[in-house]
Design a protein around this ligand. Structure first.
Ligand SMILES: NC(=O)c1ccc[n+]([C@@H]2O[C@H](COP(=O)([O-])OP(=O)(O)OC[C@H]3O[C@@H](n4cnc5c(N)ncnc54)[C@H](OP(=O)(O)O)[C@@H]3O)[C@@H](O)[C@H]2O)c1
Length: 297
């Protein structure tokens, strides 16, 4: 049983942030922040732009024991075209957040596989980051500032899948389901690998980290236990949802005209997490089942 905590979630209107709010709010004091307005289910919300020069108002309002920092610019192409903004929001923010939060406050920073280059399979915590694009560089900068300025942090690198709560916002999962339902032909990459974990499942593991007090001032890789292609993920999702997938075909990232270079191998080795916590991370089926439960809610 998890003990109640006072938690500030940044990026609370985003895919991960909103899932954590819904999951944690019943048993914790959850304070939400984003630049956009509160979503209907949020009990405490403050509009706040993390580009602000100081965070005192946000910290005084929420007085957090823990900050789970989900806010970021996550659109790779946008980051590539706006590098200063990406480095500021995804990177410099961590310096300001740490300085305002004070030493007692634990900061959980949600980072990404994108800090590694495409040629690394099953990246370990000990592997050197070498991002291929501005988004990855900006997240690596965030990691750097946190390690330099905080003595009470955990950096979680992950590859999440989930559902959006904000009206009109769609991500990877919704795109696959909506396209298949409407029989719109789409291609899913057969040559891009990842080990997905659902946002809900990540939420359970983050609470476990907070309760067990493990991974203090450490980086930890936390994702699913099974490496699959984006195509395999999409087909399994549609099969389990009983949606016809005739309109979905296997594509290749090599033929994809992209502005920001994307990694073909997003897999993360999560054995350190599993060994330290003695917990098993979700398989592909468990990940997809978790998404389906969310759909049905
Ligand atoms: N999605 C993935 O595949 C993935 C994979 C690995 C790691 N991650 C990491 O996981 C975290 C959450 O990702 P996500 O997919 O949930 O992101 P998302 O859906 O794009 O949400 C981003 C959130 O950041 C907020 N935000 C952006 N700029 C802001 C600013 N200047 N001031 C305040 N808030 C701002 C947005 O608020 P508004 O609504 O107000 O714009 C939104 O709530 C990110 O740190 C991301 O790097 C994501």
């Amino acid at each position: 049983m998890s003990t109640s905590k006072r938690i500030l979630i940044t990026g609370a209107t985003g895919m991960l942030g909103s899932t954590l709010v819904k999951q944690w709010q019943p048993t914790n004091k959850v304070y939400c922040t984003s630049t956009s307005a509160a979503l209907p289910f949020m009990q405490h919300h403050m509009e706040f732009d993390i580009k602000s020069s100081n965070y005192n108002a946000l910290i005084e309002w929420s007085q957090p024991e823990v900050i789970v920092h989900c806010a970021a610019l996550t659109n790779g192409n946008y980051c590539q075209e706006n590098p200063s903004e990406a480095l500021e929001i995804n990177g410099l923010t961590l310096k300001k957040l740490t300085q305002s939060a004070g030493k007692q406050c634990r900061i959980i920073y949600i980072s990404t596989d994108a800090v590694f280059s495409a040629d690394l399979n099953m990246a370990k915590e000990s592997d050197l980051p070498n991002p291929d694009n501005v988004y990855g560089k900006s997240k690596e900068l965030g990691e750097f500032f946190l390690t330099q300025h905080s003595e009470n942090y955990t950096i979680i690198r992950t590859t999440i899948v989930g559902l959006n709560s904000k009206n009109g916002k769609t991500g990877f999962t919704e795109w696959i389901v909506d396209s298949a339902q409407k029989k719109i032909p789409i291609q899913l990459f057969g040559d891009v690998l990842f080990n997905p974990i659902s946002c809900k499942q990540l939420g359970v593991e983050i609470l476990n980290i907070l309760d067990s007090d493990l991974f203090k001032n450490e980086i930890v890789h936390l994702s699913g236990s099974e490496v699959v292609s984006k195509f395999e993920f999409g087909i399994r999702l549609l099969e389990k949802l009983n949606i016809n997938f005739d309109s979905v075909s296997k594509g290749s990232i090599l033929t994809f005209n992209q502005r920001a270079k994307r990694s073909t191998d997003q897999s993360l080795d999560c054995s350190y997490y599993q060994k330290t916590t003695q917990r098993s991370l979700p398989s592909l089926d468990q990940c997809v089942d978790s998404l389906i439960t969310e759909y049905n809610e």
